[in-house]
Design a protein. Structure first.
Length: 201
């Protein structure tokens, strides 16, 4: 069932499960088959045995025979199922994996353009992607250059492009998108840049 902001029922209960709307479509399941509906509850992509996910930038990941691929809003497969994992597109790129420990970023043709890293790779935020190398994390730009070397134990993206990490040389440091410290552990320094990364203990 779907309701609007006033609580009015817009789509009557009829699905076994349903996801949130993204780009005008939502995932829905009937009879153990999933597809995508519009805001009137009409099937735009008819239910099938494919396990599919929400749309981002016109592409939705799906799973077929334990491999991930993508289809468009007409249901046509645009990237064949070939990945161990594939995520949402953001600014034309998506995280994808060839194996559990071989991950990188693909473009909308399915070409691996950045990677492969033996660990996690995040989508870009403020021009940077968090990358795991060994047991440490750092940040790379869209050319694949590591602008903040792998030295952090963990990171997370926050509003104003702040990323927190549990440890670096000292806690409380901030780093801008060039990897330069902007705030010391004592709290001094500029924090006005919207591309700052915060490191906390």
């Amino acid at each position: 069932m779907f309701i609007d902001h006033t609580g009015k029922i817009i789509i009557e209960p009829q699905f076994e499960s349903a996801g949130y709307f993204s780009e005008g479509l939502a995932t829905a399941v009937v009879g153990k088959q999933g597809g995508h509906i519009n805001r009137r509850g009409e099937w735009v992509i008819k239910p099938s045995s494919l396990n599919s996910f929400s749309f981002s930038e016109g592409f939705a990941p799906f799973v077929q025979n334990n491999k991930y691929g993508y289809f468009d809003k007409t249901g046509n497969v645009v990237i064949e199922a070939q990945f161990f994992y594939a995520g949402d597109f953001f600014n034309g790129l998506a995280c994808a994996a060839l194996s559990d420990m071989e991950r990188g970023l693909i473009d909308k043709t399915g070409k691996m353009i950045l990677g492969l890293y033996h660990g996690a790779v995040s989508n870009f935020s403020e021009g940077l992607s968090a990358v795991t190398v060994g047991s440490k994390m750092g940040f790379m730009d869209r050319s694949g250059r590591m602008v903040i070397p792998p030295q952090l134990n963990s990171v997370g993206i926050f509003p104003l492009a702040e990323a927190s990490a549990d440890e670096i040389a000292s806690s409380g440091n901030r780093f801008n998108s060039a990897g330069r410290s902007r705030l010391s552990a004592s709290g001094s320094g500029s924090t006005n840049s919207p591309s700052a990364f915060k490191v906390t203990s």
